[in-house]
Design a protein. Structure first.
Length: 543
């Protein structure tokens, strides 16, 4: 059974901060302790103090995007301007918590339209909870009428567009002033959540995607709690084909809204180590991309219309995202429940791995030719391909909490090395082709892959040359991501330290690696249990 557990930090201001095991915090601490033990065995006592340096904590490499006292996102890239718009609304205080004037500050129409088109080109395929043509019509209406906040729909509409502007501006630093702070958005979302119509849920999802895009994951999770209740109150967790009074367009949109909320819930639950917010047992919405099981039989014998064929094509990308999210949810249930109720059912794990393999075997490989890339948007094969290999890493990582002498550990670490190597190689290739590193999960995938390679080398289960090459590539990717997320620079700092340590070990020579007193002797079975017992001890952090 997996020994992975989460961590709880008590902050000086009275807050507490929990990060669960599925986030990888236990594995990060395990790698940290492994390198600390190796460094201690090869460093003279009078040198250890000099070599200690301040490194980001494991939580700093997981959470990201925590708001500072001024309301700006602490995850902003270094040198970037403030995320808040240049108006009085950026200085929210306790005396005026409902200042919504910032919503009326809009960019020029040409800029706004470009930002909206960029959002639909990059983000919409993964979370298609909005309708493109309707969104452009609403944008035209918004600039033509300049509505005041006189209705819940106007408030929701303005919230949607301000979030879209903020998301797309992440690729355009000159437009950073159109991004919002959590202190600005949260009061708005409280008002939006008073209604349970579709546009209100869409506004909440827009804010959640914005928080995900800016790496403010805890804020995104908080909004997710509101969304999970709103979709139940609106009946979105029930298949819309059960209700004949809904139009085909309404049915399609309700499904897209629900499954968008579902995939975001699974992503945040895994990233933060939280329990699943939306339970599979409460859902009877048919999967996207498939024939609706609750559709009347009389309609199933007719040939699908052109509109219906287009609807299925649009849902294909979402269908792959949903399938991956379902598998992630099962991982959380098997490996990351409370340690008192975890079940070491080998059959459940094998079925999970079999279903994961079946999904991955039906995926297309990403394109490798620049000339074949479409100008309409990113290669749709990249996201599911990376998600599959990251899922392989996640499903095997819990076994790395076991004794390294076991067969399960050996099999798991080689599977993780293979997955991590593929992730880094693919992301590097796609970056060279101009693929945007927009999805927050790419950072976690690259970061965790680099840690796996370092850990495998430390245990003499991966070659120094391949580990060094892979980690070096991961560092380049994290540098690129650092222009978007400060957290990437935290991860880069840690991996850079590990790479330096690996190179130092290589310089010690083959006699140090194979003779008595080897730096790897700390990892024999007798001492491994003691090492794991130290994982949650905050003292003497290597990083």
């Amino acid at each position: 059974m997996s020994r992975e557990i989460g961590t709880l930090r008590a902050l000086s201001n009275g807050e507490s901060q929990y990060v669960g095991s599925s986030s990888g915090v236990f594995f990060i601490n395990t790698v940290r302790r492994a390198f600390s033990a190796a460094a201690a065995s090869t460093t003279r006592p009078n040198e250890q103090h000099d070599e200690q340096q301040e490194h980001p904590s494991p939580e700093d490499c997981i959470l990201g995007g925590e708001q500072g006292p001024t309301g700006t996102l602490s995850d902003d890239p270094i040198g970037e301007p403030s995320r808040g718009p240049p108006d009085d609304a950026s200085d929210l205080d306790m005396e005026s918590p409902w200042n919504l004037g910032f919503l009326h500050k809009l960019p020029e129409y040409s800029i706004a339209r470009r930002l909206v088109m960029s959002y639909f080109r990059i983000w919409h395929p993964l979370v298609p909870f909005l309708n493109g043509p309707d969104c452009l019509k609403d944008l035209d209406s918004l600039y033509a009428e300049r509505p005041r906040l006189t209705s819940s729909q106007s408030l929701a509409l303005l919230t949607i567009f301000r979030c879209i502007f903020g998301i797309s501006s992440l690729d355009e630093p000159d437009l950073a002033s159109w991004r919002c702070t959590p202190q600005q958005l949260m009061p708005v979302l409280g008002l939006v959540a008073l209604k349970c119509d579709i546009i209100s849920v869409q506004a909440l999802l827009s804010a959640q995607v914005y928080f995900v895009a800016t790496m403010a994951l805890r804020n995104a999770s908080t909004v997710g709690g509101i969304i999970s209740k709103s979709i139940v109150q609106a009946g979105l967790h029930r298949c819309p084909y059960r209700y004949g009074h809904l139009s085909p367009d309404d049915r399609s949109m309700r499904k897209r809204v629900f499954w968008s909320a579902y995939v975001l819930d699974r992503f945040l639950s895994q990233s933060l180590g939280h329990p699943n917010g939306i339970q599979d047992s409460d859902i009877d919405v048919c999967l996207p991309g498939c024939r609706d099981l609750h559709e009347p039989v009389t309609n199933s014998v007719a040939s699908p219309s052109t509109l219906e064929q287009h609807r299925l094509q649009v849902q294909a990308v979402l269908a792959s995202h949903v399938r991956c999210s379902q598998l992630i949810g099962r991982m959380l249930e098997i490996f990351h429940k409370s340690i008192h109720v975890r079940d070491s059912d080998g059959r459940a794990v094998l079925f999970l791995k079999a279903d994961l393999g079946a999904w991955g075997n039906n995926l297309d490989d990403p394109r490798t030719n620049r000339s074949s890339l479409s100008g309409l948007g990113p290669d749709p094969a990249v996201f599911p391909f990376i998600s599959f290999h990251y899922s392989l890493l996640l499903v095997n990582r819990p076994s790395l909490s076991l004794d390294p002498d076991t067969a399960e550990f050996h099999a798991a670490i080689q599977a993780c090395v293979a997955a991590g190597t593929t992730i880094i190689r693919t992301m590097e290739q796609q970056t060279n082709l101009g693929y945007p590193l927009f999805w927050t999960g790419y950072l976690s995938a690259v970061w965790m892959s680099g840690l796996v390679l370092a850990f495998a080398f430390q245990l003499k289960m991966h070659s120094a040359a391949n580990a060094t090459s892979g980690i070096s590539s991961a560092l380049k990717l994290l540098t690129v991501m650092g222009s978007r997320w400060r957290m990437a620079l935290h991860c880069r700092s840690v991996l850079s330290t590990l790479l330096t340590s690996i190179q130092h070990m290589g310089d010690l020579g083959a006699n140090m690696m194979t003779g008595d007193g080897s730096v790897f002797d700390v990892f024999d079975g007798a001492t491994w249990g003691s090492l794991l017992d130290l994982v949650d001890n905050p003292g003497g952090e290597f990083f």
